[in-house]
Design a protein. Structure first.
Lengths: 264, 353, 264, 353
């Protein structure tokens, strides 16, 4: 539109959008007030922080792999086939987005108090207040998102291309591997990164299932909680910045990947 | 040879059936119809993406419904072409050879010949995104043909192209079909495309097979009102058979001379194509094989080389006429002026109601 | 496809999808093991629970209204106009989805320790460990989602319709009120409900900013945390069920609204 | 009266310019061109959704670029029609009256007349979703016209309809235009639509205004190779002007008789429409006003009522010919057989290269 027709309403709405930008950018930038390079260095290099970082990276990576292993076939089925329970599954996928992570974590914890849960803990893996609990809490939290994102990635590949591949003599698996997977690649990578970042930042469910035990179940978000509780602001800022930098990097990579796949 | 016999298929609430038709080896059969007529359902049933409720689909005597898609040996060129955007032109063309592990000496000569006819040999290392619309069509055609299909299914593959490019590709398909002896089924809503490429035409309307047969027959003798309307025929009037060779047509208030004799007293519809109505001059000699009508030209659409005229008869009926543009001047045809036309007896067709 | 061609891969992928369904449905259903109707009734009718429920509903509703007031114009600007800072704004909107709620809450808390934040607390509203803090934490958490959802709602209305309305003599505001808003209505309502449910379930940021103080900043998720910490499983289950029922209802209503708007 | 003078507009990297044209009051001007030619950019500039870089757009002498969209008084029917799906047909039709607070006595008579011509009076209480494609078109047209626009912009409004419905709506638009004295600008990629509705045609290609003028002139005398190709003309050959009335045409190895005399020695292109090539019999008398060529018919496309022929001359040139279907039999035309054609001197057109 020509500039002359830019009325008051248009300008007010743009100001509102920039206000949203200012709120989030301002919050992040305000952290710099308490940023002391010396404390940042010391915090990061302390054994406790390094443990948190290692634990967070380990758990998030394991969770991402487990989530993908289940989500890739599940998402493909949801994207391509009709079957009994499909609609219920699609509803359930949005659970973790809408139900409080605290409630989700509490539910997991309570599950291990029933006979089935107790049997699992005694005979397979002990989850509660344990690293396995971190992995489980994060997995339950991100699984729904993982399936939804992968479903969108598979849906971006026209099913017609698979049909054409089949008419050219490809079996279903060959067509999936040579056509669907390569074409969904960017969406899959973006999902992988976002799931990983989401698992890395998970707090509520982790806190419920694995508790907050220094040097044991202290992931980065739990560490932020514990340091802030002990009013160690400079160290908290240092840990927040690590998470923000990782999150922002993941976000930018994922956006680039998704934009790339939208063009292709 | 493709034989479809008593086929019924269903998608959601839409039901297609019963369809029976045969495509002779080396011939082209066009399936036409408005959108929602069941064209894509029929195609899905042949292709194997939709289940068949009842009936048979046989290709070279083999029951197709028992085969998975990848073993039906059908070449498929969908409307969006289905080219693999992550692969080069070469990798697209060799996809079937690689999927079936066919060695180069087997597919090589055919591929070379197809590249030569279609003229896309220079595009092999290009990415799909860099190709023009016409080049993509050619690549999709060659990719389907190099797999040596027993049947080629073309699903409106030219609808995204402009008219001149579309006509060029009709020539190409015709050439490929004749040289390679392809059996082709073409699905389209474009009648000109169907007439250009097909030997036989099937008309589907609302999931029903309305007419199947030689393209000339469908052009000149639509079997039902639905087909006639789909073909864009406006000149359709109720009539009743009188003495042999004559039809009572109340819309014109006259008796029309017709060629084929009908059962006396039968209720019918009579029709004629706009381009078969002949414009006459008052002093032209009367002909025994046509019926003359007069009226005034209500409206004239000038189409460049030809013109469409609306003639309103004294009885109130409206007749659509297509004539050469040069006639407008030489016959002094103008909006609001009177005019005379002839309906040739052998161009009038009759539909039982 | 015909049933005969349903190969092993297809069946395995459908089983994976149903496994996802089973995990979430199973978790929720396992709560019933500890469900004691008498304790449920007693928990719900206790003054402390009623306070939590009232506080949660009050905060979530206020947050939703505040978020919409800012998000409607911002989302419309993002959906329709190009302006300086647009891409940055769109990136920032995904922050709350990707950055840990714990980090977000900690950032807010730390903000109020810098001079600007201190001035705000002393002269405008006192946020930290207060109800205003709950509202702020939830608002910051849901605002990004609110703008994203409303943007999608506005984008579902073809801009051409506004152009046509203008050629018919409507000013920009009249066109917005008579064409865009009614057509985006379902999407707006769905966004409203999901934002409300999300605010209701917010845990990490709330915990950081407002703390966990019984009868003061004890929203439902905080109450779950506190009850579970004191090993009061039956009461926790009761509170979880309230959140799950509210969340599920919101989800189903939102899905219906969005499906309706997709059809229109 | 719409006047566009030296208009330049830009969208992203696409630049349209310079466009100069005028639409006389009560006339219809069609803007045609392939996709990406700048049609929608031109439209956006007139409508007011795109900024104008340079040049003027005047409507009835008033500079449009200074006005916001809602004060331009332009009736706009976009490709998707832009009907408001949440409003009834009646509320759609009255939208402009309500937005401008026009009272019923002012718009009532015009609305009643428009409903009568278009025959949609019975649809007023229906929801948009329940209308057929043709009904929607009519509602969109009436909605635009009841606002008494000074200019009506039609942006490919019929492209979603089938051919027969499309032709019906052409008649309707023609009728509305004549009765209401509308000034219309039609944007389309469909040449038949442009020829049917427009008095003047502008051809845009790659953002350039290639030709503007009377539709007959554009049909018979394309101004550039780009226009000729866009019009689907295949018979284009390089030539050189010789003595007056003769062109050297190496493609055929003969001299072509032409009507208009050209500057001697000039490098040119010569062309002829497929339907203007005349099929001749060997014993037909030679005519002074045409050039005879012989060759063999390489391919025949049977189009129902007419046929397209490819004639390959001994010099290797390919000539596209369109003739009536009945000629195929009466002239015994078959693929692979020899044939003779005539190029009438007054149908050959010449393009400066």
């Amino acid at each position: 539109m020509s500039l002359k027709t830019l009325g008051f309403g248009v300008r007010a709405s743009i100001v509102a959008a920039l206000a949203v930008l200012a709120i989030y950018a301002g919050l992040i930038l305000s952290l710099l007030w308490f940023l002391d390079p010396e404390i940042l260095r010391r915090t990061l290099w302390s054994a406790r922080s390094l443990f948190s970082i290692r634990l967070s990276l380990y758990a998030a990576t394991l969770v991402t792999l487990l989530a993908l292993a289940l989500a890739i076939p599940a998402a493909y089925a949801l994207a391509r086939y009709r079957f009994w329970g499909k609609e219920a599954t699609e509803i359930v996928l949005e659970f973790p987005l809408i139900i409080s992570p605290a409630a989700l974590g509490a539910t997991i914890l309570i599950f291990f108090n029933n006979p089935v849960g107790e049997w699992i803990q005694e005979n397979i893996v002990y989850f509660v207040f344990n690293v396995a609990g971190i992995v489980l809490a994060q997995l339950i939290t991100v699984l729904g998102l993982a399936v939804r994102m992968l479903k969108a990635a598979f849906e971006s590949v026209p099913p017609e291309l698979e049909t054409v591949a089949q008419t050219l003599g490809a079996g279903r698996t060959y067509a999936f591997l040579t056509v669907t997977l390569p074409l969904a690649k960017n969406g899959l990578l973006a999902a992988l990164i976002l799931i990983w970042a989401k698992a890395l930042g998970e707090f509520g469910a982790t806190l419920m299932v694995a508790g907050s035990m220094a040097m044991r179940t202290e992931t980065l978000p739990i560490a932020i909680f514990m340091r802030l509780s002990s009013a160690d602001i400079e160290a908290t800022v240092a840990l927040i910045l690590i998470l923000v930098v990782i999150g922002l990097t993941a976000l930018l990579i994922a956006r680039r990947l998704l934009a790339g796949s939208a063009r292709a | 040879m493709l034989e479809i016999d008593g086929l019924i298929a269903q998608v959601g609430h839409f039901r297609l059936g019963e369809v029976s038709l045969a495509v002779a080896p080396g011939s082209c059969h066009a399936v036409v119809g408005p959108s929602g007529s069941g064209k894509s359902t029929l195609l899905g049933a042949i292709l194997g993406t939709l289940p068949v409720l009842r009936g048979y689909i046989r290709l070279a005597g083999e029951d197709l419904t028992a085969l998975p898609i990848e073993r039906r040996q059908i070449g498929y060129v969908p409307q969006q072409l289905g080219l693999f955007p992550h692969l080069s032109v070469r990798a697209n063309l060799l996809y079937s050879a690689r999927a079936r592990r066919v060695p180069e000496p087997v597919y090589g000569p055919l591929l070379a010949r197809l590249l030569e006819i279609t003229g896309i040999g220079g595009l092999l290392d290009r990415r799909i995104q860099t190709l023009s619309g016409g080049e993509r069509q050619r690549v999709a055609l060659v990719r389907a043909l190099v797999a040596k299909p027993r049947l080629v299914l073309l699903d409106e593959p030219f609808s995204a192209l402009n008219e001149s490019l579309r006509r060029e590709l009709w020539w190409l398909v015709k050439e490929l079909q004749q040289e390679q002896g392809l059996t082709v089924m073409l699905v389209t809503h474009d009648l000109t495309e169907a007439y250009s490429l097909a030997d036989q035409i099937t008309v589907l309307i609302d999931g029903r097979q309305e007419q199947s047969g030689d393209k000339a027959a469908i052009y000149r003798r639509p079997a039902s009102l639905a087909v006639a309307r789909f073909l864009g025929l406006k000149n359709l009037f109720p009539a009743r058979a009188q003495t042999p060779g004559l039809l009572d047509c109340p819309a014109f208030g006259v008796q029309l001379r017709i060629k084929d004799s009908k059962v006396e007293g039968e209720e019918l519809w009579v029709g004629i194509r706009a381009e078969h109505v002949a414009v006459r001059r008052p002093n032209d000699p009367l002909r025994p094989d046509e019926t003359r009508l007069s009226g005034y030209f209500e409206r004239i659409l000038d189409l460049g080389d030809s013109a469409m005229l609306h003639l309103r008869t004294p009885s109130g009926a409206l007749l659509e006429i297509r004539c050469r543009h040069r006639l407008l001047r030489s016959y002094a045809i103008q909006e609001g002026k009177m005019g005379i036309v002839g309906l040739p007896a052998d161009e009038l067709f009759v539909i039982r109601s």
